[in-house]
Write a protein that binds this ligand. Sequence first.
Ligand code: ZN
Length: 248
Amino acid sequence: MPEGPEMVFLKEQAAQFIGCSIISATGQAPHLPFQELPEQTLNNIRTFGKEIFFCFSDLTIRIHLMLFGKYSINGELNRELRLGLEFETGTINFYACDCRIISQPLNDVYDWSSDVMQKSFNPEKALEKLYKEPKKLICEALLDQAILAGVGNGIKNEVLYQRQIHPESQVGEIPPEEVRKLINACVTFSAQYLRWLQEGNRNEHWQVYRQKVCPRDQIPLRKEKIGKGGRSCYFCDKCQQLYHINTL
Ligand SMILES: [Zn+2]
């Protein structure tokens, strides 16, 4: 699933269409008013976590790439087209994604200060929200988009490894200083992730995500689905500390 930095990267690639008008709009996405789209001018593109918004004069299209969503700029993929927008200067096509219309102002719907990719991200607010569910496992809490929008499974695994925190740790058992550092790691790692995407070498940088050996200890990593969400965790039992009530 694409994470926050990937959506910002998409925004940068699609920015070429800002100021352009739609010539035609096609696709199979339900609930989109395709007839209303031609002649609308793209005023802005924004992102929130794993969502991207194409803001036109009268409406905003929100796209979430979900698990298997794909897009192509000035190209086509051999899949069912959900939404294809043709501008004077090129096209952008979306596949296997969720597309919706948002008619309210985005600032009324989204709290930008919870998105790790935004300058307005507020780490203290994230800390407060994390401690509201002290029994929750940290590997699940980090994926809560209402707390740390944009953090996905890759970022989660990497920051827990960086900060040497075991994914099965309970949030309330981790000292605040460590949680603060973990939140900061989410922000700095996400920014780095975006740079790697821009340089085209993201996959060279994973320390543990989808890897087999702990770079610190040179021993096999564990891979397990942990928590209610069932998302995969990649971690090292030796160098990642478990903060859990039963172990104290
Ligand atoms: Zn290790």
